[in-house]
Design a protein around this ligand. Structure first.
Ligand code: AMP
Length: 368
C-alpha cells in the first residue's frame, strides 16, 4: 500500500512538472508523461480535457530566438499544416507561450504508441513481411512529400512513429526543406548547422551531406531509408560512425572510394585530405555487408537505395514498384500533394528574422 501511495505521489509530481514545463495550465491539455526528446524540443503525452483524447505535444523552445530556429519552426509548421497523408504525422492544434527567449511553440499531434527504434531494439520478431510493411509505409509517405519537392532530411528510426497495429507515420519535420535551393550561402550556413547539430543522425546521413557536396536533393531521404531498411534486417545500425570523419571512413571502407565525378564535387578541403589519407578502397560485397541476413530481393532493393552517387539512387516511386514489396502493396489511392506548401516553403528561405517571427505568429493564431 505504501508503495502504491509513493508511486501515485511520484506520478502526480511528474505530471505537475510537465504542467509547469509545458505551461499547460491555461490550455485545455493536461500533461500525462514525458515521452521523447528531440534535437529542438521535448514531447509529452497529454489529455485533451474537452474530448478526453490522448495527444502528443511537442514543445519547441526559443522557437523565435534566432532566424535559423524561427525558419526551422516555420518549416515544420508549414509541412504539418498543409500535408495530409496516412503515413505522415497529423497536426491537431498549435499554440504559443512566452518563454525566457521569445516564443515557445507547441505542436499538438495525434499520439502514436512508439517508434521504429523501440521495435528494432526490442525482442519483437521482424520477419520479411513486417519489414516490407514498414518500408512500404515509409516510401509511401516519402513519395507524397517528394512530390511537393520537400526533403525530410532527418529520417531515422526514432522519427518513424508506429502503433501496435504496425501503422507507421513519419514525424519530425524540423529539418524538412524544399530541395531546390537558390541561395548557396544560406545552404552553407545551414549545412554547417546541420553538421554540428545532428550528430545523433550520423548513421543515416547521406554521402552528399557527409562529404560536403552542395547539391542536395530529395534522395538524401532514399539513402536514409535504405540504411533504416538494412537496420531492420540486421537489428543494428548499418554504418555506425561516431563523428563525421569516422562515418566517412566507414562508408569508404564498405562502399569503396567514391567516383571521380563525386570527388570533384566535394567542396571541403578537409574532406579531400581525409579521402587521400584513407587511400584507395574496393567496395565490399553487399552480401557481406548485410551479414548474409537479407533475402536476394531485400539485398537488391537496399543496393538500389544505398548508392554512394546520389544520381544513381532509385526514387520513392521506383522503390515502391520493386518486387520486394509485392506482398504488402495495396491498390493505391494516392493523394495529390497540395501545391500551397511548395509556395510557402519557398518563401521561408528569403524571409528576414522579423518577417519569420511575424509569419510564425500569424500561422499560430490562424490555426483552427
Ligand atoms: P521529435 O522532436 O519530433 O523528433 O520527437 C522526439 C521523440 O518524441 C520521437 O523520437 C518520438 O519517440 C516522440 N514523439 C514525437 N511525436 C510523437 C507522437 N505524435 N506520438 C508519440 N510519440 C511522439
Amino acid at each position: 500500500m505504501a508503495g502504491l501511495n509513493r508511486d501515485r505521489m511520484l506520478t502526480d509530481l511528474a505530471k505537475r512538472k510537465l504542467q509547469i514545463e509545458f505551461k499547460l495550465d491555461t490550455s485545455p491539455y493536461e500533461g500525462v508523461v514525458a515521452i521523447g526528446v528531440g534535437a529542438f524540443g521535448t514531447v509529452c503525452e497529454a489529455i485533451d480535457q474537452r474530448t478526453d483524447a490522448r495527444v502528443a505535444i511537442k514543445k519547441i523552445v526559443h522557437a523565435s530566438a534566432t532566424s535559423t530556429l524561427a525558419r526551422r519552426t516555420l518549416r515544420e509548421v508549414y509541412v504539418l499544416r498543409h500535408i495530409h497523408h496516412d503515413n505522415l504525422v497529423i497536426l491537431l492544434d498549435m499554440f504559443q507561450n512566452r518563454g525566457s527567449l521569445g516564443t515557445d511553440v507547441y505542436l499538438v499531434m495525434e499520439l502514436m504508441e512508439g517508434n521504429l527504434d523501440y521495435v528494432i531494439r526490442s525482442n519483437q520478431i521482424m520477419d520479411n513481411n513486417l519489414i516490407a510493411f514498414f518500408l512500404y509505409q515509409i516510401l509511401r509517405g516519402l513519395r507524397y512529400l517528394h512530390k511537393a519537392g520537400i526533403a525530410h532530411r532527418d529520417l531515422k528510426p526514432s522519427n518513424l512513429l508506429v502503433n501496435s497495429d504496425c501503422h507507421l507515420r513519419i514525424g519530425d519535420f524540423g529539418m524538412a526543406k524544399l530541395s531546390q535551393i537558390d541561395e548557396f550561402n544560406e545552404e552553407v550556413e545551414e549545412h554547417s548547422f546541420y553538421m554540428t547539430q545532428q550528430i545523433a543522425t550520423l548513421p543515416y546521413r547521406a554521402p552528399e551531406l557527409l562529404f560536403s557536396i552542395p547539391e542536395h536533393s530529395m534522395n538524401v531521404d532514399i539513402w536514409a531509408t535504405g540504411c533504416i531498411f538494412a537496420e531492420m534486417v540486421l537489428r543494428h545500425e548499418l554504418f555506425a560512425g561516431h563523428n563525421v570523419s569516422s562515418q566517412i571512413k566507414i562508408l569508404v571502407m564498405n562502399m569503396g572510394t567514391p567516383s571521380v565525378r563525386f570527388k570533384e564535387m566535394i567542396t571541403s578541403r578537409e574532406t579531400r585530405w581525409l579521402l587521400e589519407d584513407i587511400g584507395s578502397m574496393e567496395a565490399r560485397q553487399w552480401n557481406d555487408i548485410l551479414e548474409h541476413q537479407a533475402t536476394p530481393e531485400a539485398q537488391n532493393l537496399i543496393e538500389l537505395m544505398v548508392q554512394l552517387n546520389p544520381w544513381e539512387r532509385v526514387n520513392a516511386e521506383m522503390a515502391l514498384n520493386h518486387p520486394y514489396l509485392r506482398n504488402v502493396k495495396r491498390h493505391d489511392d494516392e493523394k495529390i500533394c497540395p501545391f500551397k506548401v511548395k509556395m510557402d516553403m519557398a518563401a521561408v528561405d528569403n524571409m528576414s528574422h522579423e518577417e519569420l517571427i511575424e509569419t510564425l505568429s500569424s500561422e499560430l493564431s490562424s490555426f483552427v
